[in-house]
Design a protein around this ligand. Structure first.
Ligand code: TXA
Ligand code: MG
Length: 338
């Protein structure tokens, strides 16, 4: 898509110059600093129905007021999402979350143990929640999350309302872990980006369904083992049950070049991404073989590999334990047929 845009570091008035057609969006995207003034401007944009990307500890989210259907529809338009998948609603506290969802004992125990943090809980939607039905895609449940990143917390406190936010990338592309990644993918299509530097965790939240028995809907930044330890039993597996996170497309996080997994060596034309002491690696997720470091680096490395215009991107094997399960899930989607 071609679009004209201008990014200006600015703390001034959010001048929004929209000239939208179904094919083309021309917006001046503001880059807001991580100051109280930047946070106030971001909250103002949300209040007026605008779209503002903001950093969480997992990835950057593309936020809109979750009660405002026009604003939420703008998220789908800006991302080019093919379908109306349900979106995660971000709030400042468990108390705020309980205005929108019904928490059973398990859900409350998980929220108390892991919020704020990289965990999304899908719980029954409250009848009086007042959320746009686009946010829940008409389901009777809602995904709720209290992010830990201080800037996200400040924004949610200042805005004082529920913020619907998918990852701030064009649909199907690599998730963003820096403001520069968001600029690459969405500038000219959204009103502002609150720049809080790099995301600490670097992988999206783990999603647990708490509508019936606690069920793992998506691997993510909180290892499954930690959740099972808190519950005192195993999570049900969504693949075996009825419920799933409907937004999980098989091909996702796709860089331009095809991806090869479990590479034990480098083939001609490949950029090889290592883990631990991989021989001939061009880039490395973690030299020391640390899964937390690898998770935090994953999307940035995919963005870097993309920029190298390789014919193919190969990844060394990643152990299927702890955060390795979420990393491998993302890599399998990046490698899936397009
Ligand atoms: O870390 C994260 O979770 C990031 C940051 C921005 O918070 N957000 C994120 O959102 O990854 P997104 O839209 O890329 O992924 C949301 C996932 C989708 O797979 C969607 O289907 C699932 O959450 N989801 C949301 N509400 C749901 C519901 N009511 N039932 C089942 N799945 C739901
Ligand atoms: Mg996403």
């Amino acid at each position: 898509m071609s679009c004209e845009f201008k990014i200006e570091p600015s703390t001034s008035r959010a001048t929004i110059n929209k000239n939208a057609t179904s094919e083309r969006l021309v917006i001046q995207t503001l880059l807001l600093p991580e100051t109280p003034d930047g946070v106030n401007q971001a909250a103002k944009i949300l209040t007026h129905g605008g779209l503002c990307a903001f950093p969480t500890e997992t990835v950057y989210g593309l936020g809109a007021d979750a009660r405002n259907s026009a604003a939420v529809a703008g998220i789908f338009h800006a991302k080019g999402r093919p379908q109306f998948n349900p979106l995660i609603v971000h709030v400042a506290s468990l108390e705020a979350a309980e205005k929108y969802g019904v928490f059973n004992e398990d859900a409350r125990a998980l929220a108390q143990a892991f919020w704020p943090g990289p965990l999304t809980l899908v719980v029954p939607l409250r009848a009086d929640a007042g959320l746009s039905s686009l946010v829940t895609a008409g389901l009777g449940s809602v995904g709720l999350r209290v992010p830990a990143a201080p800037l996200a917390h400040d924004l949610l406190q200042t805005f004082q309302g529920p913020v619907a936010a998918p990852s701030a990338n064009p649909s199907g592309k690599i998730s963003p872990t820096t403001a520069a990644h968001v600029v690459d993918g969405l500038s000219g299509r959204i009103d502002a980006i609150l720049d809080g530097g790099s995301c600490e965790v670097g992988l999206e939240s783990t999603i647990v369904g708490c509508v019936a028995a606690p069920t793992l809907l998506r691997h993510g930044g909180l290892p499954k083992e930690a959740i099972e330890q808190c519950l005192g039993h195993d999570l049900a597996d969504a693949k075996k049950g009825e419920i799933s996170a409907p937004g999980q497309l098989l091909s996702h996080y796709a860089p331009s070049a095809p991806v090869r997994l479990n590479a034990t060596g480098k083939l001609a034309g490949e950029v090889l991404i290592g883990f631990g002491a991989t021989k001939d690696a061009d880039l490395t997720l973690s030299h020391s073989g640390d899964l937390h470091e690898a998770a935090a680096n994953l999307f940035d490395i995919l963005h870097q590999a993309n920029a190298l215009n390789a014919e193919k991107i190969a990844f060394a094997p990643i152990p299927e334990v702890g955060l390795g399960q979420a990393i491998n899930d993302r890599l399998r989607r990046a490698a899936a047929p397009r």
